[in-house]
Design a protein around this ligand. Structure first.
Ligand code: NAP
Length: 305
């Protein structure tokens, strides 16, 4: 197993040390402003976790929780005011936004130097050119997980399944920068298993519970499961966890759901060399890398990099 929890803790410790240094040597306390619109329960949990991580590492945070009735103009006004403020280093807008607001326009309004999620086209462009930038936190966290576990990236056949803006595409760019030979798959890929079976490094971000099974995985491959799916039925739990299903069935009975990835864990364990668990794999790394990006923003904006 590749333990994301342990690496996330390591990263947060390093960030905490950097924050202490910024405070003691430069009298700078980094600040992250998080914006959330509406009452989406999952978004509320995500933002709460990010704010809690800020407290852990000593980053000052602001939580702008706006009502669901907020329109694009009001949201843009808030972003502009945060862009102008010298004491705010990072701005994140929790997605998804309510349907009538154009997410691209909102992301493009964020000052690229404060875009700690790495979603602004300027930062996406810098990433694709191989220039230093804020890399999106989930794929950046996966690179940390691989590097710190000494999984070879250079020269490896890497396959990324999923081509979203937040995971698949930036993941492919980061692997390319580290000299992997990268293939990207998506819903229109013909014969997915034939392609993924070539991969020494298989990274899956599709949002389809347990879709990747033994037939998709090369023997000894490293499998990174980004998927985060709630399942509510017993049959799927049994199919995914085999003889280890009991503890998951208990969670299901207690909460009414259990969190699973895009990889079938019991089948993957028959063939894979390394695998990330869900939960406990990639999720916590995302938040740790957001902390890292915020401190980097605080340094760069003041010429302290
Ligand atoms: P997304 O925007 O919905 O994109 C899904 C991608 O998967 C698309 O590119 C889609 O292809 C592809 N896809 C869908 N079904 C497929 C299939 N049967 N075969 C091959 N490719 C298929 O998803 P996302 O935002 O990247 O998220 C993916 C998963 O990661 C979700 O479960 C999400 O909850 C999770 N996630 C976790 C974290 C974390 O911190 N752990 C962070 C972000 C996301 P097309 O482009 O052709 O439609």
């Amino acid at each position: 197993m590749l333990d994301g929890t342990m690496i996330a803790e390591q990263i947060k410790k390093e960030v905490k040390r950097d924050v202490e240094h910024l405070v003691s040597e430069h009298d700078v306390k980094p600040c992250l402003a998080a914006i959330r619109v509406g009452d989406d329960a999952a978004s509320a949990v995500y933002v709460r976790n990010k704010i809690r991580a800020c407290e852990e590492v000593g980053i000052r945070s602001e939580h702008h929780a706006l009502p669901a009735t907020t329109n694009a103009i009001e949201l843009l006004d808030l972003i502009m005011s945060l862009n102008r403020r010298g004491d705010v280093d990072g701005i994140l807008v929790q997605l998804p936004l309510p349907g009538e607001i154009d997410e691209s326009a909102i992301i493009e309004a964020i000052d690229p130097e404060k875009d700690v999620d790495g979603f602004h086209p300027v930062n996406v462009g810098r990433l694709s050119m191989g220039r230093p930038t804020f890399a999106p936190c989930t794929p950046a966290g996966i690179i940390e997980l691989l590097v710190r576990n000494k999984v070879a990236i250079a020269g490896a056949n890497a396959c990324v399944v999923g081509r979203s803006q937040i995971v698949g595409r930036p993941m492919a760019q980061l692997l390319l920068q580290r000299d992997a030979t990268v293939t990207i798959c998506h819903s229109r890929t013909l014969d997915l298993a034939t392609v993924t079976r070539q991969a020494d490094l298989l990274i899956v971000a599709i949002g389809r519970p347990g879709l990747i099974g033994r037939e998709h995985i090369k023997s000894g491959a490293t499998v990174i499961d980004v998927g985060m799916n709630r399942i509510t039925d017993e049959a799927t739990v049994r199919q995914m966890f085999g003889d280890k299903a009991e503890s998951r069935l208990q969670i299901l009975a207690k909460r009414g759901y259990t969190l699973v990835g895009d990889v079938n864990p019991s089948e993957a364990d028959e063939v894979a060399g390394w695998r990330t668990p869900v939960p406990g794999g990639v999720g916590l790394l995302t938040v740790a890398m957001l902390m890292r990006n915020t401190v980097n923003a605080a340094r760069q904006r003041r010429g302290l990099a």
